[in-house]
Design a protein around this ligand. Sequence first.
Ligand code: ZN
Length: 106
Amino acid sequence: MNLKNVLNNLIEIRINKILEKQISRIKRSIPEMKKSIKDLEKKLSKISTVKKDERKPKKKSINKSVRKAKCKAKKTCSMKGCNKPMKAKGLCNAHYVAAFRKNKKS
Ligand SMILES: [Zn+2]
């Protein structure tokens, strides 16, 4: 009985010491981990905000302006001195109708 109890007590004490050491190590490392996590979060937030600010509005605005310019350049009548918007076959509505009528007559 006594020997067993003593042995059990010794084992418990050893286990407790080991556990305490490991727990203290973990507790020491926790604040460092928190710091590193906070630093990472800061870096990530900076990167994400910068990329959002840089990417979305600039690209969209450039694309829109380019598209508008291309549309404007394309969609004008090809007849000399006519700047009306293009309707079909490079002609405005009036010139396209006129050409269509000419083709029908001839
Ligand atoms: Zn025209």
